[in-house]
Design a protein around this ligand. Structure first.
Ligand code: AHR
Length: 349
């Protein structure tokens, strides 16, 4: 804009200089104004050059809207993965944490759009309610990328997703439980944060599985923040109330450990040779040690190492390549009868 004004001034001055003739006064006045114009032009060129320098130093800035800093061991590994991979790639990361507050995540995302990040990566506490943010990012020309948890958005509103298929994770657990041929499964479901796609998918799988196989769900509650202590207390209360159960379906490792602690306190046996079958999700390294020791019967992997995946995606987009819009992460499951020390040792998180 400044450049246009100075160009206009130069044109006006050239015209008025010619129109006023060559008198000394006119020349002096015109020279002063031309000098001012040149300064304005130089300023504009300097500013533009500075702006170009910023633009051409090539640093990619990525806004990451993360859930909670200390939500779970999985989340800690996930945040670490972003920070390490982005540092290695030379990206500038602007990570913000919703800390259990969906509205806060929305305003944080809008702020990052205002700051004109080059990419916006969202890990939603809630799967619904992201349309306005996605539209704002689209209008600002900022690619919207989902990581970890798929959000309820039409495909025209996001550039790509690198997520886990949580319902498929749950189906793996259900199919494995069927192989255990329990006489009468009485299942305790310890759900994650209500409304997160992780909770919705895993809960749907066990609820559908119970209905299809004649299993009884004796308890089904979501723990705020995937909290291990809340899970421990819930199971302790169940035991104290005399509720009978023989399966713990905990939607992450930390809550499964909380349930085991409650059963320990009550003298209830669990795991490979116990009375209660324990199913967990995430497959943190420490949890696979639990599987190896026979404390957890099954652990279904939910891989948190999204940093390198998002770096690869952004580099492809920067190179103008066509990227797969919907990419689900490949994940395994580990049971106490087949796991080995080598498998545990090989885990990186
Ligand atoms: O979105 C993935 C889930 O969020 C993990 O299973 C859980 O541990 C984390 O907090």
């Amino acid at each position: 804009m400044k450049k246009m004004i100075s160009l206009l001034l130069v044109c006006v001055m050239a015209f008025s200089f010619t129109a006023c003739g060559n008198s000394a006064e006119t020349e002096e006045a015109d020279t002063a104004e031309v000098a001012v114009t040149e300064e304005t032009t130089e300023e504009a060129e300097t500013e533009e050059a500075t702006a170009e320098e910023v633009a051409t130093d090539g640093t990619i800035t990525v806004g990451v809207v993360q859930t909670n800093a200390n939500e779970s061991d999985w989340r800690t590994a996930n945040t670490k993965s972003f920070n390490e991979a982005f540092a290695e790639a030379g990206f500038e990361i602007k990570m913000v944490f919703g800390e259990g507050d969906h509205a806060k995540q929305i305003s944080q995302a809008q702020q990052l759009i205002q700051e004109e990040v080059d990419y916006l990566v969202v890990l939603g506490l809630q799967s619904a309610g992201w349309e306005d943010v996605a539209k704002a990012a689209k209008e600002a020309g900022i690619p919207f990328i989902m990581a970890d948890r798929k959000l309820e958005l039409s495909e025209d509103l996001y550039t790509a997703m690198v997520c886990s298929d949580f319902e498929a994770e749950g189906v793996k657990a259900v199919d494995w439980l069927k192989t255990q041929e329990l006489d009468a499964a009485k299942i305790v479901v310890l759900g994650g944060d209500t409304g997160s796609s992780a909770q919705l998918g895993r809960s749907k799988a066990i609820e559908d599985g119970a209905a299809a196989n004649g299993w009884e769900i004796v308890f089904n509650q979501n723990m705020k923040g995937w909290d291990e202590t809340l899970a421990k207390q819930a199971v302790a209360d169940l035991i104290a109330s005399g509720t009978e159960f023989n399966v713990i379906y905990a939607e992450n490792d930390n809550m499964a450990r909380g349930a085991c602690d409650a059963m320990d306190a009550a003298g209830i046996t669990y795991g490979k040779d116990g009375d209660v079958t324990v199913i967990a999700f995430d497959a943190n390294k420490w949890a696979l040690e639990y599987v190896l020791e026979g404390k957890f019967n099954l652990d279904v992997e939910c891989n948190p190492l999204h940093g390198p995946r998002i770096v690869e995606l952004i580099n492809s987009l920067e190179a103008g390549e066509v990227v797969e819009q919907n990419a689900y992460v490949d994940e395994e499951m580990f049971d106490c009868d087949t796991i080995t020390q080598e498998i545990v040792d090989a885990r990186s998180y």
